[in-house]
Design a protein around this ligand. Structure first.
Ligand code: BGC
Length: 415
């Protein structure tokens, strides 16, 4: 038996090895929920007989990953594919690093499959330079239902009621707000305060139009003051706390709430907590009807070898398949970045996110996230996040002086 099957097996292996494609993919999806999502991509890729070379870099928000990517690109050794998104796509494409995917998009009719916002974000200069893996909503408030019920308190609908609730929780010995001191986590909180307290128009004028009067004006000062009022509610382990460790506090009752994008949901499911049931998902206070978005995508770096090109094309095709989008986003916490992917099997928060996305799309209420690199050129974004973090961390921080600093920093980063 062995002697007859063995040559056949060798031939089969040799044939599949000859057709196997290999890709190296760089990403920063390293938390429990994120790793499960990557596993979906990896296993679907491998199921087609291909090989996966993982290049994962720790660090929520992706700052370290972007530093590594830059040094690899400068050394003329970029990965074939990388998790790269938003404004940075334009920056990398402008430098000539990214492979245009238009021929594939035309061939497979991808443009029609993507919502207009996704198409625009991924084709910053008219040419498609990445494929989308999912759409995250950033302006979410997550609440531990058990803690809320036990204390008999109501979920907050605006920032003043959030602060009242947080004060009551703190008085009962419960940490109100799970968050760490990393600038990007604080920026997620800040942008939700800016949306809820300042409103969509303020957000647009300040952070998209970069209007000097709005950046330093009374609305900005009010938003900064509100942001500062949240400082007393952070956990004891605030310094160095990662976003997913904050989510662990939320799940286990170590903290009552978290303001963070819906990658939180990947962690919840990985920990067997049901999103929308054990942990409630509500629009961040005051931002009902608004949807601040973060579109995740994979860009392909220019390569010459036909086998590498082929592998990139196959990976892009896989990512654009509705069955991949459904499975990946169920694990990741986001919603599919393609139109008409059935929402069967998604949790309540995803279903709400999808409905809110549609509504915001129709009502012009989709707003690019500052913290997630969808709104500002990278130097401006970094400069703003540093000012915000310094302000939040300084108990004597002055809102008016900080607004002026924001105006100055943005003026000088704009050049
Ligand atoms: C990415 C998400 C990721 C989150 C935390 C964001 O910048 O877009 O996909 O889950 O960072 O790591």
């Amino acid at each position: 038996m062995r002697t007859t099957l063995y040559p056949l097996l060798c031939t089969l292996l040799a044939t599949s090895a000859a057709h196997a494609s290999q890709v190296e993919v760089q990403h920063w999806w390293t938390s429990g929920g994120e790793a499960r999502a990557v596993e979906v991509l990896k296993s679907m890729w491998k199921a087609e007989g291909n090989q996966w070379q993982d290049f994962a870099i720790q660090g929520g928000g992706g700052k370290s990953a972007m530093t590594v990517l830059k040094s690899r690109a400068l050394a003329a050794n970029p990965p074939q594919a990388a998790h790269l998104k938003g404004i940075e796509l334009r920056e990398w494409a402008g430098l000539g690093f990214l492979r245009p995917l238009d021929p594939m998009a035309e061939h497979f009719d991808w443009y029609r499959a993507m919502p207009p916002l996704v198409r625009q974000t991924l084709s910053p200069d008219g040419e498609l330079v990445a494929v989308p893996t999912g759409i995250h909503r950033v302006n979410w408030l997550w609440i531990n239902r058990r803690l809320l019920t036990e204390t008999g308190l109501q979920p907050p609908t605006d920032w003043p009621s959030f602060i009242t609730l947080a004060g009551r929780l703190k008085a009962k010995g419960i940490t109100p707000l799970a968050i760490g001191n990393e600038p990007w986590q604080l920026a997620v909180l800040f942008e939700s305060v800016a949306l809820g307290e300042g409103g969509a128009e303020f957000y647009r004028r300040a952070f998209l139009a970069l209007d000097p009067a709005t950046l330093t004006g009374p609305d900005m000062i009010r938003v900064l003051e509100r942001f500062q009022q949240l400082r007393p509610f952070v956990p004891q382990e605030f310094v160095g706390l990662k976003w997913n460790q904050a989510t662990t506090l939320l799940e286990t009752g170590g903290a009552a709430m978290q303001v963070m994008g819906d990658w939180v949901k990947g962690e919840l499911s990985a920990g067997n907590y049901r999103p929308g049931e054990d942990i409630l998902c509500l629009p961040a206070p005051g931002s009902q009807g608004l949807f601040s978005y973060n579109i995740d995508s994979i860009a392909m770096f220019k390569v010459r070898e036909p086998a590498q090109l082929q592998a990139q094309s196959e990976l892009a095709e896989l990512i654009m398949r509705p069955d991949f989008q459904a499975r990946f986003n169920q694990a990741k916490g986001s919603i599919p970045a393609l139109e008409k992917v059935p929402m069967k099997g998604f949790d309540r928060c995803a279903i709400r996110s999808q409905a809110d996305f549609e509504q915001a799309q129709q009502g012009g209420a989709l707003l690019p996230s500052i913290a997630e690199g969808m709104a500002l050129p990278t130097p401006l974004q970094q400069a703003l996040m540093d000012v915000l973090a310094a302000f939040f961390n300084d108990p004597a921080g002055d809102a008016k002086a900080t607004a002026e600093r924001i105006g100055r920093v943005i003026r000088s980063a704009k050049g």
